[in-house]
Design a protein around this ligand. Structure first.
Ligand code: HEC
Length: 120
């Protein structure tokens, strides 16, 4: 009787734990193997914006009139940028329009904002 209870308990614990890992990956957007502590503008933020945003948001006639070229511009618009990146897949306002970025990249963008948007 005692052993059976222990096994059921262990199984429940295992199921709960697995559930948490799933929640992390799917909804919280910060996978546990995503290191946001060493996020820098030069290594993480600028390459992301170059690869996924500047195709439309740069040059003389940027999409929505918004150019994300310099550190000053990216810092100025960072909150509305990440708001668009955070939208669910399939949302017509999601940026980039081609599909949601991986959760670690988005988590690093948030971390950079929280760090005060340094030009590092
Ligand atoms: C394929 C072209 C394209 C790419 C790539 C793209 N955008 Fe956009 N973006 C647009 C267009 C077109 C609009 C205007 C329509 C709209 O608001 O959805 C827009 C609008 C926006 C707006 C709204 C501006 C406002 O007035 O509120 C933000 C913020 C934005 N984009 C951020 C981003 C970010 C951040 C990225 C990269 C992660 C990105 N976009 C990549 C085409 C693009």
């Amino acid at each position: 009787m005692m052993n059976q209870a222990k096994i059921v308990g262990a199984l429940l614990l295992a199921m709960t734990w697995t559930g948490c890992v799933y929640d992390d990956l799917d909804t919280l957007g910060t996978p546990f193997d995503c290191d946001t502590f060493e996020t820098t503008y030069g290594m993480d933020i600028l390459p992301l914006v170059e690869d996924h945003c500047q195709g439309c948001h740069s040059g003389p006639t940027p999409a929505a009139g918004l150019a994300f070229g310099s550190h000053a511009e990216i810092a100025q618009f960072a909150e509305i940028m990440v708001d668009r990146m955070d939208l669910p897949e399939g949302d017509p306002q999601l940026m980039p329009q081609s599909g949601k970025l991986d959760s670690c990249s988005i988590a690093r963008f948030h971390a950079w904002i929280e760090a005060g948007k340094p030009n590092n």
